[in-house]
Design a protein around this ligand. Structure first.
Ligand code: B4P
Length: 189
């Protein structure tokens, strides 16, 4: 059975960093909706043009666009593939859409990354991507608190949430991420 692992957390928590490392270490598939959107923007596609203004303001791209983008990739998921979903879902509507489209029982874990806002802001300012200005970061954190953080309770109530303290070194977080996933897969192969 295919397995889906969700990486949930505020901007700058290191979801992308950890997803990329775990995918490389284990041969899993990494799907970052932020990276996909940035590719669409760079290519100037219709979706990219629609998404760019939201991303520049630190707002979420509308659910219908995000759901169809991810649904297309879920359909191509092969038996026994492990998919690391980085940055999706970010709203309750996206979580519900994922639940409906994912093969039964395939959503195995939601890893919930947490770190103080001051740490997140410093990391993002250092990274310096186009949407990493102080004003846009503040807006992204606010949108995160309102729209995305409630998903932690949603997955906790389904018994699949595992919290990861993300205010630590990249290496020690990676160790915990892999150990947490391994322990889940050893329970229910
Ligand atoms: P994303 O691309 O997902 O960006 P992010 O949340 O800022 O990054 P992440 O948490 O992955 O941090 P990273 O590892 O890079 O989203 C960008 C935008 O796309 C959104 O604002 C939204 O507009 C749109 N979007 C994406 N998905 C969407 C969806 N589902 N619905 C609607 N809109 C959507 O780490 C950040 C920095 O910290 C890096 O420089 C890294 O090197 C550093 N770092 C990481 N871990 C560290 C550690 N342990 N210690 C020190 N530094 C660390």
């Amino acid at each position: 059975m295919a397995g889906i692992l969700i990486l949930l957390g505020p901007p700058g928590a290191g979801k992308g960093t950890q997803a990329q490392r775990a995918a490389e270490a284990r041969g899993w598939v990494h799907l970052s909706t932020g990276d996909l959107l940035r590719e669409e923007v760079a290519r100037g596609t219709e979706l990219g043009q629609a998404a760019a203004a939201y991303m520049e303001r630190g707002e979420l791209v509308p659910d219908d666009l995000m759901v169809s983008m991810v649904a297309a990739r879920l359909e191509g998921l092969e038996e026994d593939q492990i998919l690391l979903l980085d940055g999706f879902p970010r709203t309750l509507a996206q979580a519900q859409a994922l639940q409906e489209r994912a093969p039964g029982g395939s959503i195995r874990l939601a890893l919930y990354f947490t770190a103080p806002d001051s740490v997140l802001v410093d990391r993002l300012l250092q990274r310096g991507r186009a949407d990493d200005t102080r004003e846009v970061i503040e807006r992204r954190l606010q949108v995160y608190r309102e729209e995305t953080r409630p998903l932690a309770d949603w997955y906790r109530s389904r018994g699949i949430l595992r919290e990861i303290q993300a205010d630590r070194s990249i290496e020690s977080i990676q160790e915990e991420v892999l150990a947490t996933i391994d322990s889940e897969f050893s329970k229910r192969p």
